[in-house]
Design a protein around this ligand. Structure first.
Ligand code: NAD
Ligand SMILES: O=C(O)C(=O)C[C@@H](O)[C@H](O)[C@H](O)COP(=O)(O)O
Ligand code: ZN
Length: 358
């Protein structure tokens, strides 16, 4: 059932629709010229994708389904090449489309394949994890990983629309819901402190998939991201704030062989950034403690095992915000007030890392 959906526009480019049953609207987002659709979904989510596939077939479209590996292993050149082959075998033209049904790994991968097939065909995102609803499916960043680092190959390719069907969260495993809360809380730290108050005010209401505050959290995080990406799609400056916690976070993911959830790594990265900001004279000790308290309360990690600094420092060189050998961190002046720390010296970084590992 579709009831009281919220429509969040991303500038004038496309809408993000949030509500129960909204994945039914998938055909509304495809142009009248579309004849064939490739639905990309994780291997384990055939049942979740079935209503979307059914809806598309009901509308008279030829639907091909591609099952890709669950989790981060989907974001590889090999899997992308398999999808290109499928599109080629079915002679997809520029008027055909891709529909991604799944978490952020699937929206990143399918978005990238849509961006590169014939130099760009339409993609509709139907995110099924909290993280993909509030972050990955919105904003047009698409990509895959390489052995050298996270999201190193990709493109900006905006979707035709995003359908955040809250019903999908009912089956999401708790650790994946918690990982998604990391990006929700990130939105709170960088731009919308009301998010933090909701989590602090009633943890249970805010962190249960069917809790009374979940929908407001989802909508607030999306609205914040929509405003930022509408102003700076290609990350020329403002959009970098969405990368809070990701400089160390992506390095952690890479050195651990992508076995850790993205949201968990971002939580570690935000804690590190908070310590760094404090040591650089920007953020108060209380605000650092607020990071630790909120992240811990929702079940996210806020410490790291000592001893990996050199490997992490090498991995951080490949962060997309790095210019030459100069690292750039998003840090906070205060809660809700992001700024940049450009080229912090090694001693400062190591001291903040020691704080994280303590
Ligand atoms: N493009 C962007 O702007 C952006 C933003 C944030 C994160 N990301 C990327 O998103 C990825 C992480 O996304 P994620 O956290 O969604 O992980 P994910 O896609 O790996 O999904 C997590 C797990 O949940 C399963 N799953 C998905 N929906 C389900 C459901 N409704 N019920 C049961 N199981 C379900 C998946 O099969 C998978 O095993 C990372 O690769 C990250 O880099 C991209
Ligand atoms: O949309 C953005 O911009 C972000 O930085 C959001 C991040 O949460 C996301 O993980 C993104 O994929 C990171 O991008 P990258 O450019 O650092 O690869
Ligand atoms: Zn992220």
């Amino acid at each position: 059932m579709t009831s009281s959906a919220t429509v969040i526009p991303v500038g004038t480019s496309y809408d993000v629709v949030v509500g129960h049953g909204v994945s039914d609207r998938v055909t509304d987002l495809l142009s009248g010229d579309v004849r064939q659709v490739l639905v990309v979904r994780p291997q384990s989510l055939a049942r979740l994708a079935a209503p979307v596939v059914h809806r598309l077939r009901e509308a008279g479209l030829t639907v091909h389904e591609a099952a890709v590996p669950d989790n981060e292993v989907a974001k590889t050149a090999q899997v992308a090449a398999g999808l290109w082959a499928t599109l080629g075998q079915h002679a997809f033209t520029r008027s055909d489309a891709v529909v991604a049904v799944g978490g952020g790994t699937v929206t990143d991968l399918a978005g990238f394949v849509a961006a590169t097939w014939l130099r760009g065909v339409a993609v509709v995102h139907v995110p099924t994890t909290l993280l993909a609803m509030v972050d990955a499916a919105v904003g047009g960043k698409t990509g895959i990983n390489t052995a050298e680092g996270k999201n190193l190959v990709g493109s900006f390719h905006e979707p035709a629309g995003v359908l955040c069907d809250l019903d999908a969260l009912a089956t999401l495993p708790r650790p994946d819901l918690v990982a998604g809360l990391a990006e929700v809380v990130k939105a709170g730290f960088i731009a919308d402190p009301r998010i933090l108050e909701l989590v602090e005010g009633d943890l249970d209401a805010a962190t249960r998939a069917d809790g009374p505050a979940m929908r407001e959290l989802v909508e607030r995080a999306i609205a914040m991201k929509a405003e930022v990406v509408a102003a700076d799609l290609k990350e020329s400056w403002l959009r970098e704030i969405l990368n809070y916690g990701h400089t160390l976070g992506h390095a952690v993911e890479q050195v651990e062989g992508y076995h850790r959830r993205h949201g968990e790594a971002v939580a570690i990265g935000m804690t590190f950034a908070a310590h760094l900001a404090h040591r650089a004279g920007h953020l108060t000790a209380d605000a650092v403690e607020r990071h630790r308290a909120i992240l811990t309360s929702v079940g996210l990690p806020t410490t790291y095992e000592a001893g990996h600094w050199d490997t992490l420092a090498t991995a951080m060189q490949r962060d997309k915000k790095t210019r030459g050998s100069v690292l750039r961190f998003i840090v906070l002046e205060d809660i809700g007030v992001p700024t940049r720390l450009v080229g912090p010296d090694e001693a400062l970084l190591r001291a903040a890392y020691d704080d994280l590992c303590r």
